[in-house]
Design a protein around this ligand. Structure first.
Ligand code: NDP
Length: 294
């Protein structure tokens, strides 16, 4: 029997609709319009595209977005002081500094300038520190890892006590999703480029999260029958039959894996759409908290 497909597009759409309803309720009942500021430094085309997508989706749910653009040679002090101004602006509830920043800037210094309560991307060093500590919770967790947990919850997956294997240990995906799985009481194994015997380790996983950025690295026969497979990878593969000359594939050999797994996310249409949905949800949460505490 083939795996059930986890439809991230539909789940993200449902979250977006829930957020839109809550945003209009907040406007009606409290006169409050949630606001997100995006901070883009330089002219990296991929970053520009991501920021535009985030702003468009904000518009769709009624979140007011403010785009701050700074030149690629902006100084540390210029970027930090702009972020501090946004931190002090009561009409802004969430601040997102688009990463990566140009190489001359100190990322940690800039992320630290974000008001902790507005850190909707969850990358403020204090939020990351709380994510890594037992018994403490961050105010916000990073969006892609939160989206992965949300997918697991929405399919009714039990996480507690399960063997979870995460492939990848990046600050954006692998490490934070590992911490979230641990907080949910999974028994956790984290693998990286120096790990050995990957097929054997992966075979133990009831829940597998693949975030390595290596085209179809995980083969069908690595997977435990019935496992939940979350494929975060987004890799471009040449494909002359497509208008743009390539197609997107994941880190998991999907056609093989879906014959063995119990549940699987497709690429595209799995984890990808969840990232912005979680950002919208976090911005709504930040706005709600701002009226709860005032
Ligand atoms: P990074 O390149 O930052 O990290 C990759 C991780 O994979 C590293 O920890 C690396 O190990 C590990 N790795 C690399 N090769 C191997 C290997 N052969 N065996 C085992 N581990 C390996 O990538 P990201 O975490 O930023 O992204 C991972 C993938 O997820 C990419 O395809 C990216 O495009 C996608 N992505 C998707 C998102 C979405 O859907 N919204 C959001 C963010 C990313 P080491 O630490 O030892 O170098």
């Amino acid at each position: 029997m083939g795996a059930q497909i986890i439809d991230g597009t539909a789940i993200a759409q449902a979250i977006q609709e829930e957020v839109a309803q809550e945003v209009s309720r907040l406007k009606r009942d409290r006169g409050l319009a949630p606001g997100l500021a995006t901070v883009l430094v330089g002219d990296n085309p991929a970053s520009q595209t991501y920021v535009r997508m985030k702003q468009r989706r904000c518009g769709e749910v009624g979140i007011h977005s403010v785009g701050v653009e700074l030149p690629g040679d902006a100084s540390q002090q210029q970027v930090e002081s702009r972020v501090r101004e946004l931190s002090a602006d009561p009409s802004i509830h969430g601040i997102l500094v688009q990463l990566p920043l140009p190489g001359h800037l100190d990322e940690e210094g800039i992320l630290s300038a974000i008001d902790l309560h507005k850190d909707v991307d969850g990358f403020h060093p204090i939020n990351i520190g709380r994510l890594a500590m037992k018994g403490r919770d961050p105010l916000f967790a990073p969006a892609t890892p939160s989206g992965i947990i949300e997918l697991l919850d929405r399919i009714g997956a039990e996480i507690s006590g399960k063997e979870a294997v995460v492939l990848g240990r990046s600050n954006i995906v692998g490490l934070p999703v590992s911490m979230l799985l641990l907080k949910r009481n999974a028994t956790l194994t984290i693998c990286h480029s120096r790990s050995r015997d990957l097929p054997l380790v992966v075979k133990r996983a009831d829940i597998l999260v693949a975030a390595v950025g290596r085209t179809e690295m995980v083969k069908g026969d690595w997977i435990k029958p019935g496992a939940i497979v979350i494929d975060v990878g987004i890799n471009q593969v040449e494909d002359p039959t497509r208008k743009r000359g390539y197609r997107l594939v994941g880190d998991v050999a999907y056609d093989e894996a879906k014959e063995v797994a119990g549940w699987i996310t497709p690429v595209p249409g799995g984890v990808g759409p969840m990232t912005i949905a979680m950002l919208l949800q976090n911005t709504l949460t930040a706005a709600r908290r701002s009226v709860e505490v005032s």
